[in-house]
Every structure is written in C-alpha cells, then in structure tokens.
Design a protein around this ligand. Structure first.
Ligand SMILES: [Cu+2]
Length: 169
C-alpha cells in the first residue's frame, strides 16, 4: 500500500526528468552539428604526414613547410636509407625524387603540391601513391625566383601502372 503510493508519487518526477533530458538533447543537437560543420576541413580530416628525407636535403625541408602551411601535421624522419624507403613503398625507379612521404598509407614521392595530396586523400583511388619525378623548378619547395617549369604529377600502382594525376605549369 505504502509502496504503491510512493511509486504513484514518484512517476511525475520521473516523467519531468525524462522530459528535461529530451529537451536538453533536442536543444543541444543543432549546436553540436553546427559546430562540427564549422571545424575547418583541414583540421578535421588531414592525416599526419611522415616525411623521409636525407640529412642534406634543403628542398625537402621547403616542401615540408609547404605541407605544414596547407594544414598537414608533419613528422620528419631523417635517414640515409632513402633507396630502401622508396623500395618499401613501391615507388617506381623512374618516378623517384628527393623525399618520400607517407599519408594515410599512400606514398607521396617528391615535390607533389598539397592540393594534389588532398585530392588523393579525398578521392582515394586504387593506387600506391603519387610522384613528381625529379626536381621540377617551381614546384612547391623548388621555387627559384619566378621560374616555373611545367611538370606532371603521376599516380603509380602496385602492378606498375603509371597515369597522369595532375599537370602543372
Ligand atoms: Cu627536392
């Protein structure tokens, strides 16, 4: 008898509490989703970039600065074993450059612009990575005055297929 009366009295409070919680949830929901949209895409989505480079490579450092300016978190690994790194990540012999970077499992060889890396990470094609072979003057990290030599960024696959990913001039 006593117990039933207590339960009867307790119920309106419980309903009020549930109602309050729901109201808070409903009121807060748009705020939370709006905040998620406001967060810059660079902070929310760009993975950390690991850059392997030899101790003497200055243009590699300039490319790292370019990637940082674009919003990438960069971890530099200074090593003399660059050939082994390129081999490990499947960079074709005729596509090699100075540094080799890894972004979310993709290999990024040489002075590839940040915008190309971002498109790669967004579209996620079935390739091993991208390469800007050689040291094209005017590519990010290879600036020399106003001179810009046209260059191509290629994609490469495990099977050895090479395709044009972007043309720069
Ligand atoms: Cu270089």
């Amino acid at each position: 008898m006593n117990r039933r009366r207590l339960t009867g009295h307790g119920r309106p409070w419980r309903q009020l509490a549930v109602g309050l919680l729901m109201a808070i949830a409903i009121l807060c929901w748009p705020a939370v989703s709006v905040q998620a949209q406001i967060l810059p895409a660079t902070e929310a989505r760009l993975p950390e970039l690991t850059v392997y480079r030899s101790p003497t490579c200055r243009c590699c450092e300039h490319w790292v600065d370019h990637m940082k300016a674009a919003g990438f978190q960069v971890q530099s690994v200074v090593t003399d074993a660059m050939a082994a790194i390129k081999d490990q990540y499947g960079v074709p012999a005729d596509m090699t450059s100075c540094h080799t970077a890894i972004a979310d499992g993709y290999g990024i060889e040489g002075h590839v612009p940040a915008a190309d890396v971002m498109r790669l990470l967004r579209d996620r094609p079935e390739v091993l990575g991208l390469a800007a072979p050689g040291m094209p003057v005017g590519a990010p990290g290879m600036e020399t005055g106003d001179r810009v030599d046209p260059y191509t960024v290629f994609s490469f696959t495990q099977g050895g297929a090479i395709a044009t990913f972007a043309e720069h001039s």
